[in-house]
Design a protein around this ligand. Structure first.
Ligand SMILES: [Fe+2]
Length: 178
């Protein structure tokens, strides 16, 4: 799982994560922070195991860690965050895959070779990020997993701000879902 920390420590990741936390200070609605990203990753991995989907854990965690990372650009530039996140993710994943991340953040050459994504995995992660906001026919396996896990991660039934939330009543979780 070294590769997941390589993503988290990437300068572009840290830049957008820092901006996003600043922009969401005082926000009464759901936050897009490390707790949310890890909730989504862990829920998705539970489904992965229960449904025997055989997706590599690193792929699930990468998609979860990156899926909302461009939300700051939605606030500041009105770019839908799935698009902004996919753009940022593509740059980070290309660095991780090609080894242009610095030695300091990538670990040893040997570790980097062992912990990388195939081109197919990278494309699946990017598609999952792009499609994570809406259910649609023909979703990829990882895409659908990210969509479901993202929604299940929110405890709307216990949220003080649920009346003003822009999720539809059908989208809001009125009970614990697993
Ligand atoms: Fe999310």
């Amino acid at each position: 799982m070294e590769i997941i920390d390589t993503i988290r420590k990437h300068p572009l990741y840290k830049e957008h994560y820092g901006k996003l936390q600043e922009l969401e200070k005082g926000r009464v609605f759901c936050h897009h922070d490390m707790a949310h990203f890890l909730d989504v990753a862990r829920i998705a991995h539970i489904h992965n195991l229960e449904r025997d989907l055989k997706i590599r854990k690193e792929v699930i965690y990468a998609a979860a860690l990156l899926h909302d990372i461009g939300k700051d650009r939605q606030y500041t530039e009105k770019i839908p965050h799935e698009r902004a996140s996919a753009e940022i993710a593509e740059q980070i994943l290309n660095d991780v895959a090609t080894g242009t991340a610095s030695a300091e953040i990538a670990g040893s050459e040997q570790e980097r070779r062992r912990e990388t994504f195939s081109g197919e995995e990278r494309d699946e992660i990017l598609q999952a990020i792009l499609g994570h906001r809406k259910r649609r026919g023909g979703m990829g396996v990882l895409e659908e997993l990210l969509y479901v896990s993202d929604k299940q991660s929110r405890s709307c039934f216990a949220c003080a701000a649920k009346e003003g939330c822009d999720w539809s009543e059908e989208e809001k979780n009125d009970r614990i879902k697993s």
